[in-house]
Design a protein around this ligand. Structure first.
Ligand SMILES: *Cc1c(COP(=O)(O)O)cnc(C)c1O
Length: 372
């Protein structure tokens, strides 16, 4: 069997071991310590914009805490981009709240401002104003930040920016991860940088960060004798894993450069095939190109390509299945225009890891070319 070419495998740069060794030699083997503080301040200096970062056990945990910080309770409604990974919306269900799914627009494949506004006015007319909006920079491509923020402000609904796939991307030179009222990052094994598993919540002020850390560390009141007056969570990041994160942060810019190179390489070598469509950066968008993807003419074509690649032990995947199609969310109202259904039918993600070789890229390209 040929060695597998993965979609987006971890890519260690070599600096990680140093921070992990420090954790061992100082015995900081705990969900707190110098690497956790250091990783948070590394991300804060990277994002700028007066961000306050709480390192957590996952991106999903960060969304859960973001919803709690915004006061979401059972039976509330929370708007969420439909075209995303289920991790974006599962925390809405944890709280017994109802997700309201909104379709995408063609420029970024993300939250459609028109559908968003239609949904908000419709929910209000039905007697319930949504309590939050979860917008996602899918595959690293920034959503229409100004339009979405304007709608959020007009209706006084806070925005949770799901930047799990978009560390290193920016919108008009402002870094993704700093564009929402609250923002989240993921450091899962497949993301642009990884701590094997991990995430972060990004707040606009220090008090919110402190509140997030309080909730993430079992909500212990200031009393020596285990006093709790809030529901707490065990969501803090380990000091070992934060060491991996510190090492990864030193390589982030080079990984973004490499992933953008990979996208350009696929496009340059495949764009003469008229059947394939690549998503370009709309004005003001800078994408980390977390995953390189393209659209094929139809579902059969996409499956033909995917199976052909998999026969060569090359991992490729359909785009995310829209959440309004998921059995788990079947009771959720949704506001649709057909775009995410079409993207799901026709789209394919190609191997995009920052450690892929040009030889492997050439092999993938020649297999795709042979299919047309
Ligand atoms: C990965 C991901 C998440 C969840 O992050 P985890 O760290 O895996 O919990 C949420 N939203 C999006 C868009 C993601 O890609």
């Amino acid at each position: 069997m040929k060695p597998k070419i993965w979609l987006s495998p971890p890519h260690m740069c070599g600096e990680e071991q140093k921070f992990i060794s420090q954790a061992f030699s100082t015995n900081w083997i705990a969900p707190l310590g110098p690497n956790v503080d250091g990783f948070e301040s590394d991300i804060e200096s990277y994002l700028q914009n007066d961000c306050h970062v709480a390192a957590l056990s996952s991106g999903t945990a960060a969304i859960h805490l973001a919803l709690i910080l915004l006061g979401i309770e059972s039976n509330d409604e929370v708007i969420c981009q439909s075209f995303t990974f289920s991790g974006s919306a599962n925390p809405i269900l944890y709280l017994g709240a109802t997700p309201i799914f909104i379709d995408s627009e063609k420029n970024s494949w993300n939250l459609c401002p028109e559908q968003l506004e239609i949904a908000i006015t419709d929910r209000i007319s039905k007697g319930k104003k949504p309590k939050a909006i979860i917008a996602v920079h899918l595959y690293g491509m920034p959503y229409q930040t100004e339009a979405i923020n304007r709608i959020g402000r007009n209706y006084d609904i806070p925005i949770i920016e799901d930047s799990a796939e978009a560390l290193g991307s920016s919108r008009h030179n402002v870094k993704c991860g700093s564009l929402g009222d609250l923002s989240i990052l993921s450091f899962n094994g497949n993301k642009i940088i990884t701590t094997s598993g991990g995430g972060a919540l990004i707040a606009k002020n220090i008090d919110t960060k402190k509140r997030a850390i309080f909730l993430a560390t079992q909500a212990r009141d200031e009393d020596i004798a285990y006093l709790h007056s809030n529901i707490g969570f065990n969501y803090r990041m380990s000091n070992i894993l934060a060491g991996i994160g510190r090492g990864q942060m030193t390589a982030l810019e080079s990984y973004v450069t490499k992933r953008r190179f990979i996208f350009d390489y696929y496009e340059q070598n495949l764009s003469h095939i008229k059947e394939l469509e690549f998503l370009h950066e709309a004005d003001g968008n800078y994408s980390n190109r977390w995953l390189s993807c393209f659209l094929t003419p139809n579902y059969e074509n996409r499956e033909m390509l995917r199976i052909r690649l998999s026969k060569e032990n090359i991992e490729s995947r359909p785009l995310w299945r829209p959440l309004h199609q998921q059995p788990i969310f079947k009771n959720s109202p949704s506001y649709l225009n057909g775009i995410s259904d079409d993207l799901f039918d026709r789209g394919l993600c190609l191997p995009s890891g920052s450690n892929i070789t040009t030889k492997d890229l050439d092999k993938i390209i020649s297999i795709i070319k042979a299919c047309f």
